[in-house]
Design a protein around this ligand. Structure first.
Ligand SMILES: Nc1ncnc2c1ncn2[C@@H]1O[C@H](COP(=O)(O)OP(=O)(O)OP(=O)(O)O)[C@@H](O)[C@H]1O
Ligand SMILES: [Mg+2]
Length: 268
């Protein structure tokens, strides 16, 4: 376990208000080196706001953010691609903006595309010609192309169907296990959290702190479907930490109901 010196991200006693309305109060979270932490909590509890504070796109009213990582990448629920640019150029965009030479940017974009299993033939296509899953792969590749040592994901797979979601989770798990990528992964889906994170942190339903965290058995990539199923079922049924998550089940239901035995929502 690392000391405070080498923790990639420390959020300490954060407070944040929108136009005088406080949405985060006394939120603290310390990430350890190489740790992927899933952050779960009901809709509206302030997860996206916290993701922006972690990424530095919002400043807290109070509290401290300590970043010890070199560079981060961010992936949101919507891929946010430039519609007029090809997949390759979308992936290369952060490098282009950094002034990297076009040939090198192109080469690195193609390497990043391989990491998310995009086919070379797809790289010349525009976002409108790609499926939802492929667009999200492009968004992940664009985040990875800058060689981040920390990633912030804000519900990146919420709009994808179950099968695609699994494939995308596997991409994240590979980055975590093979490259030691640390980060914050925000999700509504406890099964997703249990699948790809080392630890699951739970937000207070009204943004009044992090209630605590839980460590699923095993490690990301090693957990069997049976282990995940049992963990999610027992956590939802018996762990008070997750009591408020049930209130957001209707959001996760369309993606998991009836076909995902380890989803937050029980099969119906
Ligand atoms: N730009 C904004 N201006 C004013 N209020 C906002 C703004 N963005 C979010 N809020 C409010 O802040 C609170 C927290 O919002 P936030 O988007 O961080 O929650 P969340 O946990 O990410 O929700 P969800 O799970 O639905 O994505 C909500 O009450 C929301 O209405
Ligand atoms: Mg959100």
């Amino acid at each position: 376990m690392g000391t405070l010196i080498d923790t990639p991200l420390t959020l300490a006693a954060l407070r944040f208000s929108y136009s005088g309305r406080m949405v985060l109060r006394d939120v603290s979270l310390v990430l350890r080196p190489g740790e992927m932490v899933a952050l779960v909590g009901p809709s509206g509890c302030g997860k996206t706001t916290l993701a922006h504070i972690a990424a530095g796109t919002l400043a807290p009213d109070r509290g401290r953010v300590l970043r010890r990582y070199r560079r981060h990448g961010v992936v949101f629920q919507e891929p946010r691609l430039l519609p007029w640019a090809t997949a390759r150029d979308n992936i290369a965009l952060p490098l282009t903006l950094d002034g990297v030479r076009p040939e090198e940017a192109r080469h690195r974009a193609e390497e990043a595309a391989v990491r998310v299993a995009l086919e070379p033939a797809d790289l010349g296509k525009h976002p409108a010609e790609l499926s939802g899953g492929m667009r999200q792969r492009v968004a992940i590749a664009r985040a990875l192309v800058v060689d981040p040592d920390f990633m912030i994901f804000d519900e990146p797979f919420g709009a994808l169907d179950v099968v695609l979601r699994r494939r995308m989770q596997d991409i994240v798990i590979r980055e975590v296990t093979e490259r030691g990528l640390a980060g914050l992964f925000i999700t509504h889906d406890l099964s997703e959290a249990a699948r790809l994170a080392h630890r699951i942190a739970v937000m207070h339903p009204k943004g009044q702190g992090v209630l605590g965290s839980a460590v699923p058995p095993g490690r990301p990539g090693d957990r069997t479907e049976r282990q995940l199923f049992d963990y999610v079922q027992s956590s939802l049924a018996g762990d008070p930490l997750f009591a408020d998550l049930q209130s957001v089940d209707e959001r996760a239901a369309p993606a998991v109901c009836g076909c995902d035995p380890i989803g937050v929502q029980r099969c119906c």
